[in-house]
Design a protein around this ligand. Structure first.
Ligand SMILES: NC(=O)c1ccc[n+]([C@@H]2O[C@H](COP(=O)([O-])OP(=O)(O)OC[C@H]3O[C@@H](n4cnc5c(N)ncnc54)[C@H](OP(=O)(O)O)[C@@H]3O)[C@@H](O)[C@H]2O)c1
Length: 202
């Protein structure tokens, strides 16, 4: 079975890649990123997503471990920051689904990434709260629309132990989790029967 993993070179994506590679199902894995992986894609551009699928053709599972948003105090956030955040982590993943459904085999799945900040806000994190909630609600809504036994889920992890050095100061009071715990949920999502489900890792 062919799996597309967007963001496979990142902290989360590398952990998902490791789980996929060690899986007994012998997945054929295609890693995508803006500057890394087997194929180039910028999720914030629908044209770029279309080009990627034109290159790789049909797949069985599509995983997103990518997407960013602005992190700033509310007083300094601008319309550009809001548009960047929506265009990147929210619409980027939504477009991956909208375009990707045309390249997904029957019984295929999508697994998107959201995150703890939608439930446990942090200072300077309002854009991430917004887009994470959007991703989770999109998944719930889209799940009941799909035919051909296509499923869609999302994974909502806390900050990773492995990211605490970089982001720890922003996540005061938030209990970190090993990235491997989140990565395992992506495997559960593609191999299980769940749809419209949010795998919560906190
Ligand atoms: N780190 C955490 O503690 C944590 C906790 C909960 C949720 N999350 C969420 O998990 C996701 C990944 O986080 P991470 O810490 O693993 O990030 P990361 O280490 O910065 O990795 C991001 C990955 O996504 C790719 N990427 C970034 N923007 C892209 C775009 N527009 N189009 C295509 N690929 C893109 C990057 O590759 P290129 O640079 O080659 O494009 C890279 O492979 C994010 O959505 C984040 O909000 C992270």
């Amino acid at each position: 079975m062919k799996v597309l993993l967007v963001g496979g070179s990142g902290t989360l994506g590398s952990a998902v890649l490791k789980e996929l590679k060690s899986n007994k199902n012998n997945y054929e894995i295609i890693v995508a990123g803006r500057n890394s992986g087997d194929v180039r894609v910028d999720m914030s551009s629908v044209e770029s997503i279309k080009n990627m699928f034109e290159q790789i053709g049909k797949v069985d599972h599509i995983i997103s471990a990518a997407g960013s948003a602005a992190m700033k105090p509310i007083e300094t956030l601008t319309n550009e920051d809001a548009m960047y955040s929506v265009q990147n982590k929210l619409i980027g993943q939504v477009n991956l689904v909208l375009v990707g459904q045309n390249y997904l085999n029957d019984k295929g799945s999508f697994t998107l990434i959201t995150g703890v900040i939608k439930d446990q806000p942090i200072k300077m994190g309002s854009m991430l709260s917004m887009v994470n909630a959007g991703v989770a609600s999109f998944v719930k809504g889209a799940a009941i629309d799909f035919e051909r036994d296509i499923r869609i889920n999302c994974v909502s992890p806390s900050v990773f132990d492995e990211s605490m050095e970089a982001y720890g100061e922003y996540f005061k009071g938030v209990k970190p989790v090993p990235v491997a715990n989140a990565a395992k949920c992506f495997i559960e999502s593609i191999e299980g029967d769940m749809t419209g489900h949010e795998f919560i890792v906190y």
